[in-house]
Design a protein around this ligand. Structure first.
Ligand code: PEP
Ligand code: MN
Length: 337
């Protein structure tokens, strides 16, 4: 259930409602809208008597939320959530945000060269993995903290905020001390301990959809982060596993309008992992923006043929520049920029 407070409700009225909810054995989460506060009742499905709240001072209305996801749902917030980044980028605004960079941070030269190139082409944030979740334990696993230091240097030089993956709860403090946005990779979408940890960190989170996960499972994972009081979440569609073999994954374009309908959280599309071949990344990126994605996450490498991970799906800087150019036109055609 959600309890919508009146626009002029006082703090003591909001506190009284929260206390009453807790006295009934439920938890609360407060969502501060532009005009009013919403008290969300978090429970295990047991019913709570609704009428008692309707008559409390400062309460405007109460609504039962029948969907399993609550804090992420449009019922809690019909307005789109915005994520403000350090360089004045606002993810979720009418400007489509482009996050780009290599799959992995490999060395200083590679990272800095790519960072400058993507900035030049128009990217608003930088990606690069320092801790890499690889299918084989014998593949390059990332540079770890050294990689984070290189990313911080790239941010220093370009002013671009950094998105990088955190793979375990133990790494959250370390990665938070360097990154602007913590990435939860597809393989960890249902690592509930990790989701709780990044929720407690209050750092912005880019949550990627699991390889075999439904849209509802993605939203339920976002709930874990939201329930810890962290509302700064970007959801990322990165392709799901199907029977198709010509592409690495199948980009679920459907997920974009469906998620926009179900949740107020911004939606990012990762066409690089979605299709897995650089030749098709541009077309899928255009489709994603046309479908309403709030941003793109694109892998770019200055020498894809030498990349230590995901070279086959990485764009050379000049092709990425072309992507930005084309995506601008698509964005303009739907009233965005
Ligand atoms: C990545 O972004 O490089 C990555 C490993 O992504 P995913 O978790 O979607 O496979
Ligand atoms: Mn990758």
């Amino acid at each position: 259930m959600i309890i919508v407070m009146r626009a002029n409700a006082s703090k003591s009225e909001i506190d009284a409602v929260s206390e009453r909810v807790k006295a009934e054995g439920f938890d609360t989460s407060l969502v501060q809208g532009t005009e009013r506060t919403i008290v969300c009742v978090l429970g295990d499905g047991r019913p709570i008597e609704q009428q008692q709240f309707n008559v409390m001072p400062g309460v405007e209305s109460t609504t039962r939320v029948l969907k399993p996801f609550k804090l992420s749902s449009r019922i809690v917030s019909s307005e789109d959530s915005l994520l403000h980044l350090s360089n004045n980028t606002i993810v979720g605004s009418e400007v489509v945000t482009i996050i780009a960079g290599p799959c992995s941070v490999e060395d200083r030269t590679q990272m800095l060269e790519t960072a400058h190139a993507v900035k030049e082409a128009g990217a608003q944030a930088l990606r690069g993995g320092a801790f890499k979740p690889r299918s084989s334990p014998y593949s390059f696993q990332g540079l770890g903290e050294k990689g984070l230091q290189i990313l911080a240097e790239a941010r220093e030089e370009t002013g671009l905020p950094i998105v990088t993956e955190v793979m375990s709860s133990e790494q959250v403090d370390l990665v938070t001390s360097y990154a602007d946005i913590l990435q939860i990779g597809a393989r960890n979408m249902q690592n509930y301990e990790l989701l709780r940890s990044v929720g407690r960190s209050k750092q912005p989170v880019l949550l990627k959809r699991g390889l075999m996960s439904t849209i509802e499972e993605l939203l339920m994972s976002a709930e874990y982060i939201l329930a810890e009081g962290n509302q700064r979440i970007l959801l990322c569609e990165r392709g799901i596993r199907t029977f198709e073999k010509y592409t690495r994954n199948t980009t679920d374009i459907n997920a974009i309008p469906v998620l926009k309908d179900l949740t107020h959280l911004p939606i990012i599309l990762d066409p690089s992992h979605g299709v897995g071949k650089w030749e098709y990344v541009l077309a899928v990126a255009r489709a994603g923006v046309a479908a309403g994605a709030d941003g793109l996450l694109v892998e770019v490498h200055h020498k894809p043929e030498n990349a230590l991970s995901d070279g086959a799906q990485s764009l050379k800087p000049e092709r990425f520049a072309e992507l930005v150019k084309q995506v601008r036109k698509v964005a303009a055609s739907i009233g965005r920029s």
